[in-house]
Design a protein. Structure first.
Lengths: 178, 404
């Protein structure tokens, strides 16, 4: 058994890469992931990537922000220390709305940044993990798990037929910037 | 990237049910106007309703031209295949402008509209009617200057609206980038003019009904209202055309974009509405709060209905991605928003004209139906004159392949 962990098909053209994905799927070869330097329309549907749940997170974090802001203002200026501002009642809702709005946006934005870092493993100070450096430049990479798909020569042939410029056999999962 | 075989010379035929119903609407509207003008007590209410609908009609059409200009200046590709709908609205603008100016002129002449600043003796210090505040504003609010502004602003909008739609017709015949470049240039000029003059147009047409009160936010508040109602109109027309079997190239990504526009600008409308309300509420100065005092006193139901229809319903119903892409949901929300902005204009105009003698009955519904019929008739008539797609638009392929 070899030490090869991942097989990477490196394409120079997005249409050829999409064709390569089709070919691999026709032969029941499971694709680990695809890395491209730019967004490609329709690729999520083809790879069966599940829809992001970021919007649900954003909604609930936003609601948390609204509730926190209301609790903060309510507890400080209605319950704990009532102010007389322009003769208005202590619970003057229109005055609260700008702060509630701002905290909604703030909580939402912070939680989205955090969720993005957590899901992509991109924390400040950490070397980014990439499987092929040229996927950030001019190559379109299809990665296949070599341990699960053992017919390496068949995969090699399929990728090259589809137009892969290069097929790499990596013994390490990631090539980091060292 | 798929290949398409859409019929690029598809043309809308304006016949059948759409034509009958719009003519029926016009007939109902005419009957309501005649009824309102025969009963003397209803004169002012009729004029207020005419102003409301004529203003609404003109605003939707001129925002159609604004939509075109925004797409050209942003060099937007997604909208290239739906531009014929706002173009038809822009082409209708001259008709809307003539009607609005006629309503304003007749209202001024018969003292049914703008009598707050246009009446005998308001600017004469020796008269018992003398009003110091109106006298101070009379160098701006006097009939010749007021009518001059209306004619110049609306005339300018009409010229650009017709020009943009004509350039697109030329493009169909000639091809090439010549028309696109010209459209881009005129759109830039139009946006600058439009941005600076629409607030003044709103101050004149609506805010001066209550000439003592003023709010600098009012112009943007009206701009948001006219823009979002125009977007909702575009969505309604496109969805109904699709249901009738036209515009097969419009996919749910186009609807998604329109839905995002309606969602975003409904929030923008609420933002401007709230910015105006909150500052007045917070500062609590009598000369400013009088505006909302009137609305709370006699229009409380409409005041809250306005917020529910124009803020809560689009926000809650269009927040979800799937809802924006769903034809029927987008259609119903657009209709709610369109009715909502009628309510919005209603509570802007009525307290300054008929004050506590307002009502909601045959007159309101009839005149509204009349203008909806007129709008449908004129816009669909303009739409049927040209193919439904601008086939030589440089971004057409991008729009046909639009995918979100």
């Amino acid at each position: 058994m070899s030490n090869i962990k991942y097989i990477l098909g490196s394409f120079g053209d997005p249409d050829e890469m999409m064709h390569g994905i089709e070919k691999l799927q026709e032969n029941n070869i499971k694709i680990y992931d695809v890395y491209t330097p730019m967004p490609i329309h329709g690729i999520e549907a083809k790879l069966g990537v599940k829809r992001s749940r970021l919007d649900v997170l954003a909604f609930f974090c936003g609601l948390t922000g609204t509730a926190s802001a209301f609790a903060l203002i309510y507890l400080t200026s209605v319950v704990d220390w009532r102010h007389n501002i322009g003769g208005k009642p202590a619970l003057a809702l229109p005055d609260f709305i700008p702060i509630m709005f701002e905290l909604t946006v703030l909580f939402c934005a912070f939680s989205l940044v955090g969720a993005y870092y957590a899901s992509t493993h991109l924390f400040p100070g950490r070397a980014p993990r990439v499987m092929d450096l040229r996927a950030t430049d001019d190559r379109f990479i299809i990665a296949i798990d070599a341990k699960q798909n053992i017919e390496h020569s068949k995969i090699d042939g399929l990728l090259k037929d589809a137009g892969a410029l290069e097929v790499k056999y990596n013994e390490r999962k990631y090539v980091s910037y060292e | 990237m798929g290949t398409h075989n859409y019929n690029l010379s598809e043309q809308f035929e304006f016949t059948g049910k759409a034509k009958t119903l719009s003519i029926l609407g016009i007939a109902i509207g005419a009957a309501a106007i005649i009824y309102g003008l025969f009963v003397k007590e209803l004169h002012e209410r009729t004029f207020a309703n005419l102003l409301l609908m004529a203003y609404y009609f003109a605003c939707v059409c001129m925002s159609g031209a604004f939509f075109l200009a925004v797409q050209f200046v942003a060099q937007a590709g997604w909208s290239a295949s739906i531009l014929r709908v706002p173009q038809a609205m822009a082409k209708t603008l001259p008709i809307a402008v003539v009607i609005l100016i006629a309503v304003i002129g007749a209202g001024l002449y018969t003292h049914n509209l703008y009598h707050h600043w246009h009446a005998d003796g308001l600017t004469d210090p020796n008269s018992p009617n003398y009003d110091k505040l109106i006298d101070g504003k009379s160098s701006f609010l006097n009939v010749p200057f007021f009518m001059g502004r209306q004619v110049i602003f609306l005339g300018l909008y009409s010229i650009f609206a017709v020009l943009l739609s004509k350039l697109s017709a030329n493009e169909d015949v000639e091809g090439g980038l010549n028309s696109y470049r010209k459209s881009f240039k005129y759109s830039c000029i139009f946006l600058v003019i439009y941005g600076f003059t629409t607030p003044v147009f709103a101050f004149d047409t609506v805010m001066s009904l209550e000439a003592h009160w003023f709010s600098t936010m009012f112009g943007w508040y009206n701009f948001a209202a006219m823009w979002v109602s125009s977007l909702a109109t575009i969505a309604v027309i496109i969805i109904l055309l699709r249901k009738a079997g036209y515009m097969s190239w419009v996919n749910n990504s186009h609807l998604h974009n329109l839905g995002q526009f309606i969602f975003g600008f409904s929030i923008f409308w609420t933002y401007t509405w709230f910015a105006q309300f909150m500052l007045i509420y917070y500062a609590n100065i009598p000369e400013e709060t009088v505006y909302f005092y009137k609305r709370f006193e006699h229009y409380e139901f409409w005041f809250y209905l306005n917020l529910i229809m124009n803020f809560l319903s689009p926000v809650l119903l269009l927040m979800d991605r799937d809802n924006k892409r769903h034809e029927n949901v987008l259609l119903s929300v657009s209709i709610v928003v369109l009715c909502g902005h009628w309510v919005d204009y209603y509570q802007m105009i009525m307290p300054g004209t008929v004050e506590e003698h307002h009502g909601f009955g045959a007159l309101e519904i009839g005149i509204a139906l009349g203008f909806v019929g007129l709008f449908t008739f004129t816009v669909l008539n303009a739409l049927s004159k040209k193919p439904l797609i601008a086939r030589n638009h440089p971004f057409l392929q991008e729009s046909l392949n639009h995918h979100l």
